[in-house]
Design a binder for this molecule. Structure first.
Ligand code: EPU
Length: 417
């Protein structure tokens, strides 16, 4: 699809099911490369990023067959390549997640310089340092990086900066290393715990995942297994903001609210009315919102991936709120798009904005700069007066399955063409 045309001002109602987590599925699919035998991975979201990763893995020689709906059979017995296809790899920043598994199992890997969206173009120094610490040699080529190690060696590694994929990459690589690896200052996201649980079910010996210290005792080999992808906490949070902004009662099901504690506290502080169950969240019509200052933080802090929808919510709060985004460069630049449609947001510096509300939003044509900002523009379109046209929706379809159909089922009026 090229663009979405949204008619603003409609109330939503009904139930929406959360899909499997993009950022868990990507890592678990990559981890299957470490295993022998047939994996069955279910609850895989049907989104562009996953499609891209599947292409890359198939190109390595991994056999992938459709099982039931949302479920794949994956067998990595016959991998015949240790080089990630350059063109495919460049399209997906997360392709770097394959480097650890390939290096650990086959003794070498060559990866293209990673691409990505605006916030996707980020450094990979942690991966390079980490592989070197595990005993790999490193060579930078014109368009790629190459790592080699007959057998990786367990190490004590301290992350100078907390990194989600850095932690996952080191954890995966260490499963087949000789001896014990201790990872300190590790990221603690639920997706990391889910990855460790899958790897342990395949025979890995990982302790402490989900905390800041992870201990991995290397094993000789891993055997394929079954797993179900956890619910997407970012999709869940996005739908929560959507229900509140449109003053609608919607039931968000198949989710895990315990993965969103900080976010849900901030929503409550903003006056958002919710009913929270074990695996669902219901948004209740809320007339007025209060301004709340937010600073994004690694898990269990406020997720950077929910900063954009929360910033939009604050455009409807009565007063000024400060949004501080220290994790990524450039992740607040999308606020310029919100200003184009009527918001009053002042950028203090690239990491901080002040949002003044409430403001009326007016439909216009805007381009989606990245995945989360793009989803936020959809929400903005739902409450804007008139028609909002969102371009570059490829960015949105990277991470949200059939978003137009699912929102229209709730009563939204979105046309995709
Ligand atoms: N960083 C470095 N060097 C590195 C790696 C990262 O300086 O070698 C920096 C980054 O530039 C950033 C910070 O470390 O400033 C944290 O980045 P992190 O490595 O944690 O991010 P990531 O693992 O690349 C994942 C998610 C992101 C999510 C972040 C933070 C995946 C595939 N991506 O990225 O998700 O925002 O963690 O929670 O898991 C999204 O889904 O829209 C998305 C961007």
């Amino acid at each position: 699809m090229e663009q979405y045309i949204i008619e603003g001002g409609t109330k939503l109602s009904g139930e929406i099911q959360v899909k499997g987590a993009k950022n868990s599925a990507l890592k678990i699919l990559a981890a299957t490369v470490l295993t022998k035998g047939e994996n069955i991975i279910s609850n895989i979201p049907q989104i562009n990023d996953i499609g891209q990763l599947i292409e890359i893995i198939k190109d390595l020689g991994v056999e992938i067959k459709k099982d039931k709906k949302d479920s794949l059979k994956i067998c990595a017995n016959n991998i015949n390549k240790t080089q990630i296809n350059e063109e495919l790899g460049r399209k997906l920043r997360a392709s770097i997640i394959l480097a650890g598994p390939i290096l650990a199992r086959f003794g070498e890997v060559e990866i293209p310089h990673p691409g990505g969206c605006l916030i996707g173009k980020r450094p990979i120094d942690i991966f390079i340092d980490g592989f070197k610490a595990l005993g790999a040699s490193f060579e930078e080529k014109e368009n790629s990086y190459k790592f080699k190690a007959k057998k990786l060696k367990g190490t004590n590694y301290f992350f100078y900066k907390i990194s989600v994929t850095g932690t996952e990459t080191m954890m995966m690589a260490a499963t087949l290393a000789e001896g014990t690896t201790v990872l300190k200052n590790a990221a603690q996201e639920p997706e990391i715990l889910a990855l460790a649980e899958y790897l342990n079910s395949c025979g890995a010996k990982i302790k402490g995942a989900g905390t800041s210290t992870i201990i991995i005792e290397g094993v000789e080999e891993l055997t394929a297994n079954k797993t179900k992808i956890i619910p997407d906490r970012i999709e869940t949070g996005t739908f929560v903001v959507m229900g509140l902004l449109t003053k609608s009662e919607i039931k968000i099901t198949n989710c895990n609210p315990s993965h969103l504690e900080n976010f849900l506290i901030m929503i409550k502080r903003a006056g958002g009315k919710l009913e929270i169950g074990k695996d669902y969240i219901k948004t209740l019509p809320t007339e007025k919102f209060k301004p709340v200052d937010v600073i994004t933080h690694e898990y269990p802090g406020f997720p950077t991936d929910l900063q954009a929808p929360f910033t939009l919510l604050m455009t409807q709060a009565s007063g000024a709120s400060l949004i501080h985004e220290p994790i990524f460069e450039g992740r607040l630049f999308f606020t310029d798009k919100l200003n184009q449609i009527g918001a009053d947001i002042i950028m203090c510096d690239p990491h901080r904005v002040i949002v003044h509300g409430p403001t009326l939003l007016y439909g216009k044509t805007v381009d989606s700069p990245d995945l989360r900002a793009g989803a936020t523009l959809i929400l903005a379109g739902l409450i804007a007066q008139g028609k909002t046209i969102i371009g570059n929706v490829y960015q949105i379809e990277r991470g949200y399955e059939n978003i137009v159909g699912r929102l229209n089922n709730l009563g939204a009026q979105i046309e995709a063409n």
